[in-house]
Design a binder for this molecule. Structure first.
Ligand code: XMP
Length: 516
């Protein structure tokens, strides 16, 4: 395992993902973890992430130099690089010389361990105020920039490496190559973290955990729950029952997709509960977003518990149903504190927010995986493309894409508009280019239009196409005008009561991806 020490959450997650992309298993640990504890985990290598602090700030996270004396290969990036420099006797100055964004890096030692095979001048992504002016004794300076004399250094004998910039971001052109050079050449690791191994390992773990008992899994139609269910099904077969709650807030074709495609691909035992009446009744008269979310979460639990009781009643003699499968992902674990002491940024709830006091033991086979890895595992398990590469869809469904009260009529209308947008995006081959494209109905807004010979007074539909790597930040997608035009024409022609289509051009932050 490569341990990524977290001096700034976003950087650390991205680094961990890049290490996995290099087929080496990585985990994130907080910067507050004592070095002794880090070493006790016997890491194959350690990476120190960048972070927002200056090494000179009072209270800035530090690092005991014993990490560098343990014979473990270490790679410091940005803040991690400066920590490494100061801990080992180099000089880091608060020069006021700030570098931010794309920067030209001059490589002084083209054949060095990190820079082997990369150009003498390369574009890297910088983000720092302090700068290293002298490398620690015994280290070779391998790169510099106009402002920073020591932008990278290495000591092959001690297997210690550092760069001032961020190799993990895409703007650093040879970033992945340099990271791989550290992993393979510097630390001598071999790329063995493969999807096949993940599946094998998880199946064994699930069997060990569940034994001969039974499990249930709430399917949302999303990729995470589908892959989690498929993994558990592979491990325990028909002792898993999947429950799909149709709350009436699903998109067009969604229920059918779960009923047909998913079952056909996995052979899983499925229980479909039609609960749309119940959800709509509970949502009647409610337009506050948070209240909607709470109501949907609450109703979901009730329906789910009922379904669980029915499963037990249907086969009372069988082993007890003691496990609940959840599609919790690694970023959820890290962001929720994850038992590693990282800051609690947000508490995630899966399966529409099941409460802690549910009498189930959790099975979370995706706890170690990033989203792209989940998709790969899904592929490995033979799930259809439409499920594996599906856009993320929120648990509360279309209920939080109607700004205003949720009614059956409005849902039907939004469902049509959404289906058109999805159809056109797929036809244009754009599914892989965008992260997701929520389609939002502004039910409380009306505007004047003209159609045929008559005046209309209808609702606007908002298109919210975004590109993102992890949904934590996002940018609005620059969709081709002709695709936007086709979507707009079709929606205004084909969807009753909609006379306007507008495009959301807000990044996240400040806007969230969903409107509610
Ligand atoms: P926001 O709107 O916070 O969304 O930028 C970030 C990502 O999370 C999805 N999302 C949800 N997913 N239950 C879910 O399972 C929810 O309650 C929920 N709310 C937002 C959203 O679609 C986007 O991918």
């Amino acid at each position: 395992t490569v341990l990524v020490v977290d001096f700034g959450a976003q950087y650390a997650q991205l680094i961990a993902r890049r290490v996995r992309e290099a087929r080496v298993y990585s985990e994130i640990v907080p910067s507050t973890m004592p070095v002794a504890e880090i070493l006790a985990r016997k890491p194959a290598a350690v990476i120190l992430s960048g972070g927002p602090s200056s090494v000179y700030e009072p209270g800035a996270p530090g690092l005991d130099r014993s990490l560098f004396e343990a014979g473990v290969p270490v790679f410091g990036m940005c803040y991690g690089f400066q920590l490494m420099a100061t801990a080992l006797g180099g000089t880091v100055d608060n020069t006021g010389a700030r570098e931010y964004g794309r920067t030209a890096l001059a490589v002084a030692k083209p054949g060095s361990t990190l820079f082997e095979g990369t150009p003498a001048e390369q574009t890297v992504w910088m983000s720092h105020g302090d700068a290293c002016s002298a490398a620690p004794e015994g280290f070779t300076v391998t790169a510099s920039t106009d402002l920073v004399p020591v932008a990278a250094f290495e000591n092959d004998e001690l297997r210690l490496y550092g760069v001032q910039y961020h190799p993990e971001v895409l703007h650093t052109v040879h970033g992945q190559q340099i990271l791989e050079h550290f992993l393979y050449r510097g630390a001598g690791l071999t790329p063995t973290w493969t999807t096949e191994n993940v599946v094998e390992e998880q199946v064994a773990l699930i069997r060990a955990q569940v034994g001969t008992r039974r499990a249930i899994c709430g399917l949302s139609g999303g990729v995470d729950s589908a892959v989690a269910a498929a993994l558990v099904h592979k491990a325990i077969g028909d002792r898993l029952t999947c429950v799909y709650v149709d709350h009436g807030l699903m998109r067009k074709g969604e229920t059918e997709q779960v009923e047909k495609d998913f079952v056909a691909a996995t052979g899983v035992r499925l229980k479909v509960v039609d609960a749309s009446e119940r959800f709509l009744a509970a949502l009647a008269g409610v337009s506050d977003p948070e209240q909607k979310r709470k109501i949907i979460g609450r109703e979901f639990i009730r329906v789910f518990e009922q379904a669980q009781a029915e499963i037990v009643a249907e086969a009372p003699g069988d082993e007890p149903v003691e496990f609940l499968v959840q599609g919790t992902l690694y970023p959820d674990v890290v962001e929720s504190g994850g038992g590693t002491g990282t800051a609690n940024i947000k508490s995630h709830h899966n399966v529409g927010g099941l409460p802690d006091d549910l009498q189930f033991e959790l099975v979370e086979p995706l706890r170690k995986l990033f989203k792209d890895e989940v998709r790969m595992v899904g592929q490995e398990l033979g799930l259809p493309e439409e499920i594996v590469h599906r856009q993320p869809f929120p648990g509360p469904g279309l209920g939080i894409r109607i700004v205003g009260e949720v009614t059956r009529e409005r849902l039907d209308l939004l469902r049509e508009a959404d289906a058109i947008a999805r159809e056109e995006l797929t036809a244009a081959g754009l599914d892989r280019d965008i992260w997701q494209c929520p389609v939002v109905l502004l039910a409380d807004v009306r505007s004047v239009g003209v159609q045929g010979d008559g005046r209309t007074y209808g609702h606007p539909i908002v298109l919210r196409p975004v590109s993102s790597e992890d949904a934590m930040t996002a940018d609005w997608s620059r969709l081709p005008y002709d695709v936007l035009a086709r979507i707009s024409t079709r929606i205004t022609n084909e969807v009753k009561d909609v006379n306007r289509v507008v495009l959301d051009v807000t990044s996240k932050p400040p806007g969230t991806i969903e409107w509610e």
